[in-house]
Design a protein around this ligand. Structure first.
Ligand SMILES: Cc1cc2nc3c(=O)[nH]c(=O)nc-3n(C[C@H](O)[C@H](O)[C@H](O)COP(=O)(O)O)c2cc1C
Ligand SMILES: [Fe+2]
Ligand SMILES: [Fe+2]
Length: 396
């Protein structure tokens, strides 16, 4: 039974949970699913805030119809974000609700035309405008590039609900708990960070601007488009997003390695042992097993990254290459990098990784450790020296 779930007396969650889609954006694994959150506000006039991905229209409509019984009309759809995971069902909504008006900004309208060829039944608002629903006023704040150009946030000034779009969202279906007082916070923090770091993190400066902009509102509930709704402690998720956007890190290290035949791995194991003995908090990922989204999540928390990679066709092992390109795209700051590898004849991997450190303005930790074929005693000794340098850099 697809029931609407109340946030307040007059605002309901009418979204959908998706445990079918394998990859979000056909790229990011969803082992615990994802939710597309949409909200219905019932006042003298009715307004939906965002909608759902196309294939989830029926669940969403069940919930909307449960509330709008007796032929009650739907007046507005506020479009905080035009990405198809929220707008995919738009054309059908216009058919089903003949009075419906789409509310957005000029950039929303451009994308509405581009994706759906919709040019009428729209209401264009400016930054700072409001919309009167009867007993309450919705207020709009443009938050461009979090993470699309048209993104904005909507605040219900009566019930003090911030509809924040993708900002403050996360992976993980909300059948595991819709509200912050119902969820396993540790589990969801991981999934929220995985969403932040992979989807939004590149736009950290814009996230900080958006947080600054909405701080003028007295927020009682944070209701984003993915993941839990924050009603017990709404500022917790805002603070998490702010911390991650400022690139604040823990004194810890991620060791992301690839190894075809174990020559690199044996050095990884040696380095990991030395780091553990020095009490350095450590996460290890085998890039042949961990999807980059999980590795990037962990790197976002950690001050240091060790990339361990054999030379492959004169350059990087392909999965390390993939991770490095993704990291370049995410524009992480304030990290240090340590390098480890193995080569058979001429090498090449360490050169590419050194260039990556320079390009990213990450500090490269000495020594770069690289074995010719199988590691020898001198290489293991270098692993110990590297562990000592990392430990010193972390101030542990
Ligand atoms: C498919 C393949 C391509 C390789 N390409 C190079 C290369 O271009 N230059 C080089 O010096 N070694 C190359 N090697 C040798 C490896 O870098 C070397 O065997 C290394 O010890 C492998 O480390 P691993 O056991 O951690 O995978 C290649 C090995 C393989 C299997
Ligand atoms: Fe989005
Ligand atoms: Fe989204």
């Amino acid at each position: 039974m697809n029931r609407a779930i109340p946030l307040t007396e007059s605002i309901h969650w009418v979204g959908a949970n998706d445990r079918e889609t394998e990859l979000f954006e056909n790229l990011w694994p969803l082992p615990h699913g994802v939710s597309y959150n949409a909200y219905l506000i019932e006042d003298q006039r009715t307004a939906l805030v965002d909608a759902v991905k196309g294939p989830f229209l029926s669940e969403f409509l069940d919930r909307v119809r449960e509330r709008l019984h007796g032929g009650r009309r739907l007046d507005y759809l506020i479009i905080n974000h035009m990405e198809p995971d929220h707008s995919g069902s738009l054309r059908y909504l216009l058919h089903l609700f003949p009075d419906l008006i789409l509310v957005g900004n000029a950039k929303t309208m451009d994308l509405l035309k581009g994706f759906y060829n919709i040019t009428d039944r729209t209401h264009v608002i400016q930054d700072g405008d409001g919309l009167d629903l009867g007993s309450r006023r919705l207020e709009f704040a443009f938050t461009p590039m979090v993470h699309w150009p048209e993104t904005m946030m909507t605040f219900d000034s009566r019930d003090r609900v911030l509809f924040s779009g993708d900002a403050f969202g996360g992976f993980g279906a909300t059948d595991l708990g819709l509200f912050d007082d119902e969820i396993d916070q540790v589990f969801f923090e991981d999934e929220i960070l995985r969403y932040f770091s992979n989807i939004v993190g590149r736009y950290s400066p814009m996230v900080l601007k958006a947080i600054d902009k909405v701080s003028r509102w007295d927020i009682g509930i944070v209701a984003s488009t993915h993941g839990p709704i924050w009603r017990r402690d709404p500022h917790r998720v805002i603070d998490l997003y702010a911390r991650w956007s400022r690139h604040e890190t823990d004194p810890s290290v991620v060791l992301a390695y690839a190894s075809m035949y174990g020559n690199t791995y044996r050095q990884v194991e040696h380095l990991a042992r030395a780091l553990t003995e020095a009490k350095v908090p450590l996460k290890i990922h085998n890039l042949s097993r961990s999807h980059a989204s999980f590795v990037i999540r962990d790197i976002w928390r950690a001050r240091g990254l060790v990339l361990a990679c054999p030379t492959y066709n004169m350059g990087l092992f392909p999965l390390t290459d993939n991770l490095v390109r993704m990291l370049e795209n995410k524009q992480l700051k304030n990290r240090f990098l340590a390098l480890l590898g193995s080569y058979g004849w001429a090498g090449g991997a360490m050169k590419t990784l050194t260039q990556f450190a320079e390009k990213s303005h990450w500090q490269l930790i000495d020594p770069v450790v690289e074995a010719k074929c199988a590691p020898a005693a001198a290489d293991f000794e270098n692993c110990r020296r590297l562990a000592a340098a990392i430990t010193a850099r972390l101030g542990i």
